[in-house]
Design a protein around this ligand. Sequence first.
Ligand code: MN
Length: 191
Amino acid sequence: MWDLSRAPEPRVREVLRKKRRMAVYIQRHVARRLHYDFRLELGGVLKSWGVPKGPSLDPREKRLAVQTEDHPLEYGEFEGVIPEKQYGAGEVLLWDRGTWIPEDRDPEAALRKGRLYFRLEGEKLHGSWTLTRMRDKQWLLINRRDEDARSGDEAEITLKAPQSGKRPPPPAARAPESELPRFIDPQLATQ
Ligand code: MN
């Protein structure tokens, strides 16, 4: 991975820091049991965990995260229905997406060792988090205490913000052209 401390000058360091930003996707998956698929881009794939209760903003809530197989990067954007009889049959909603920034110098090594520190910059989840392995494929997803942490009902972000993280197009883009007020430049009305 990138060794920031050895970079010769601030501009180069900034470029390297930007390169450390990778994609994060969280899909709400109504399969046999509801769970949230937590996916971090790393080494060209999506490292994946199934989180039955979903993430909590309360640092005291340690959420079980069961590691599942790596997924291709393109799968992160998937939202829709997996047909019956196929693996994972059910409805998938892209609940959150954004970028994550590892706080370990070598996140792949950190993952192998079973403890990964990172920051999330999603639409719903922010701030510092930890994934820590208990045994085998069982990990815990924990929100570390910082300004984004909450407690009680406020922490249950999946209930507070259940909607898709895929942004719908702005209303103007969906309205038939005839309904648009005349004074709006047509350029503004198209996506
Ligand atoms: Mn799933």
